[in-house]
Design a protein around this ligand. Structure first.
Ligand code: DX5
Ligand code: ZN
Length: 217
């Protein structure tokens, strides 16, 4: 079954309580939390205290996507704040195998799931060496930094390539897709082998429960 992870980047913070209530009524199982530091991407979002507030208000699985220059430092900060999954960018560690492996191991040693991702222009093959190491691969289907962008269709080939590798390797890694997801692009991703769909602007546009439902089918 597909896991839906609404991105709270697009949540209407003037109506926090009712939006959380709707998320809990909906079939969403995860909340996707986009951490941006103004350096790795040209936007600033949440610090750990905001994650703590979500943790208090919700029982949902907290899926933290770090778009920061120093994922080693911030993984600890967000694990302390209640993250269930930490996904970081290979580029932030200069695609260095040893640094990436060390961070995956550190995250897991703290009892948290570890995910790895690359920006759309970085080849998907960069992720391949970690197929037996990570809990999740995140395919970015927009340039990270902002919600509301259009889905990059080449992402479908990346999902298929990863799906093939995961199945051949008998790995249990999940494939998550993030950016420009709606009922149409979500269904393409599911068919290509994705397990987790992140959606921001589509889910929070109007009827949260109906939007999440439409992504499950
Ligand atoms: C982009 C973020 C996404 C964003 C997706 O940098 O990683 O999670 O919230 O937003 P939509 O679904 O609006 O493309
Ligand atoms: Zn994200």
């Amino acid at each position: 079954m597909t896991i839906i992870a609404p991105s709270v980047l697009s949540l209407d913070y003037s109506r926090f309580e009712s939006q959380i209530r709707d998320l809990h009524i909906s079939k969403a199982q995860w909340l996707h939390f986009d951490v941006m530091d103004g350096h790795f991407v040209p936007n600033l979002t949440f610090g750990p205290d905001i994650l703590k507030a979500f943790r208090k208000a919700s029982h949902l699985f907290m899926d933290v996507h770090l778009m920061v220059e120093d994922p080693d430092f911030f993984s600890d900060v967000f694990i302390d704040a209640g993250a269930d999954m930490i996904t970081f960018h290979s580029e932030a560690l200069d695609d260095d195998f040893h640094r990436i492996m060390a961070l995956i191991k550190k995250i897991k040693s703290r009892g948290v799931k570890a995910g790895l991702t690359v920006k759309p222009k970085t080849p998907v093959e960069t992720l391949f060496p970690y197929v037996s190491e990570v809990d999740l691969f995140l395919i970015m289907s927009v340039e990270p930094g902002f919600g509301g962008q259009s889905f990059i269709h080449q992402s479908i080939e990346k999902i298929s390539a990863l799906r093939q590798l995961i199945d051949q390797s008998q790995s249990s890694a999940l494939i998550e897709v993030d950016g420009g997801i709606n009922s149409h692009t979500g269904s393409l991703c599911r068919q290509a082998g994705a397990n987790v769909l992140v959606a921001g602007s589509y889910v929070f546009k109007d009827d949260i429960v109906a939007a999440v439902e439409s992504l499950c089918q």
